[in-house]
Design a binder for this molecule. Structure first.
Ligand SMILES: Cc1cc2nc3c(=O)[nH]c(=O)nc-3n(C[C@H](O)[C@H](O)[C@H](O)COP(=O)(O)OP(=O)(O)OC[C@H]3O[C@@H](n4cnc5c(N)ncnc54)[C@H](O)[C@@H]3O)c2cc1C
Length: 410
């Protein structure tokens, strides 16, 4: 049996970020993943500005290597399509200036991002990175946990569980239950040759009337590829008996804004489905000697479905909490509360604003009315750009009086 200070379960973005941050402070760890890398990961492959921000904070050299090796596409904004086919182009940063502003966002296949992060960990951790190694169960030990894996037992003083949305091993700590209203179901596939992609690689979100509060997406990728998908809240999928792949095909065949662009496009492989555990502040994500990070902690943005940035942030914060635990020699419940508090401080506000936006999308007629009024309004793109950089502005957009004022002031 090998012994370590921290056992990290999962080598996705959450787990690898935790490992790299622990390594900076020389805290011993073992990181295990059931997969071998590179491997496919079902995802939209769109990364928000949070991703370069937190990787740079970990190490500017790692961010440079990521850009060099993975050659992600820089994406500069979002094209929103509202019910009624109203189109709004919203740059992430208004009047973007590459000298002054950080990279606004990326698109890159998750297969590449995840393999890159694993390679970075492998370079510093060597055999402490155990791939093709499945965690089967965890039990409480005398001074921490005993983790039973397909490659033998590991004894660890702490656990960072970053095992994603679909892990199924038995653990002696509570894991959040996936409630249908707090879960989205999504499918994605790849196409080659989709026409009319935005020259500045804007990602496209189609909030169509029949799929609200979900959306259909077209995300441009390097090498002439595009990631195409659809995601809808699970309770809505179940209630309306929606077949996501069929609805996605129907949009590609018949939506007047979409179908002409797919006429000569080729689908590469079958659509693949997965669930997204949407952010839920009620969950307990830490306790004596353990922390949950990323999807295991249900940290996906309820409006946009963004989870990679939040997984990286939570992995980073979990590692810093673990460093505090070893420095103070405190692993008790009360001390671990700080982890949840810091996650709420960093991600809580945007999660709750996104939850409220998502609730608003339940009313298609209202959304259509707002879109009609907003069409051609010169204040809207700037206002929506500020949503990405200023949380207080995003909050203002939930205030009906503020929205009415902007809509009337054409
Ligand atoms: C269809 C779809 C589209 C999405 N689109 C986007 C997007 O465009 N942008 C975005 O930011 N987010 C998107 N997301 C969300 C994003 O994919 C997740 O939030 C992100 O992967 C979370 O990272 P993580 O490290 O927490 O978990 P994961 O990336 O899931 O990593 C968990 C790891 O744990 C391992 N593991 C699980 N069980 C065990 C076990 N028993 N033993 C050992 N290892 C185990 C797995 O093999 C995996 O490698 C999308 C999700 C879906 C489903």
């Amino acid at each position: 049996m090998q012994s370590t200070s921290v056992c990290i379960i999962g080598a996705g973005p959450g787990g690898t970020m935790a490992a790299l941050r622990l390594a900076k402070d020389n805290i011993p760890f073992v990181i295990v993943d059931k997969d071998e890398f590179p491997r496919e990961k079902i995802c939209g492959d769109a990364l928000s500005g949070k991703v370069p921000h937190i990787i740079r904070r970990l190490s500017p050299e790692i961010l440079e290597r990521f850009e060099e090796k993975c050659k992600p596409m820089h994406s500069f904004g979002i094209r929103f399509i509202a019910p009624g086919n109203y189109v709004f182009d919203v740059p992430f940063i208004e009047n973007y200036n590459a000298e002054k502003h950080p990279v606004p966002g990326y698109t890159v296949k998750r297969k590449l991002l995840d393999a890159f992060m694993v390679e970075e960990v492998s370079n510093i951790a060597g055999e402490k990175l155990m791939t093709a190694c499945t965690v089967m169960s965890i039990e409480k030990g005398e001074d921490g946990f005993i983790i039973d894996t397909s490659s033998g037992q590991i004894q660890a003083k702490m656990i960072i569980d970053a095992s994603g949305a679909a892990s199924s091993f038995k653990a002696p700590y509570p894991k959040p239950e996936p409630e249908p209203k707090k879960t989205a179901l999504a499918v994605r596939t790849y196409y080659k040759g989709v026409k009319g992609l935005h020259p500045e690689n804007f990602i496209e979100l189609y909030f169509l009337e029949n799929i609200l509060p979900g959306y259909f997406w077209i995300f441009p990728l390097p090498d002439g590829l595009a990631n195409i998908g659809i995601g809808i809240r699970k309770d809505v999928v179940l209630k309306k008996k929606i077949n996501l792949s069929a609805v996605m095909d129907e949009i590609i065949r018949n939506n007047p804004l979409v179908s002409p662009r797919f006429r000569d496009a080729e689908r590469l492989g079958k659509p693949a489905a997965c669930r997204l555990p949407l952010g839920n502040p009620r969950f307990r994500i830490a306790g004596e000697r353990y922390m949950l990070a990323g999807d295991a902690a249900h940290l996906v943005d309820p409006l946009t479905g963004e989870g990679v940035g939040n997984a990286l942030y939570s992995g980073f914060i979990a590692a810093e909490q673990a460093i505090d635990c070893f420095n103070e020699n405190r692993f008790d419940d009360a001390f671990m509360l700080a982890y949840g508090q810091r996650i709420r401080r960093v991600l809580g506000k945007e999660m709750s604003i996104s939850t409220n936006f998502q609730k608003m999308l339940k009313y298609p007629r209202m959304v259509k009315w707002i879109a009609k009024r907003a069409d051609g309004n010169k204040h809207i793109p700037g206002l929506m750009s500020s949503m990405f950089t200023d949380l207080d502005h995003r909050k203002k957009l939930l205030n009906p009086i503020f929205i009415l004022r902007v809509l009337m002031n054409r």
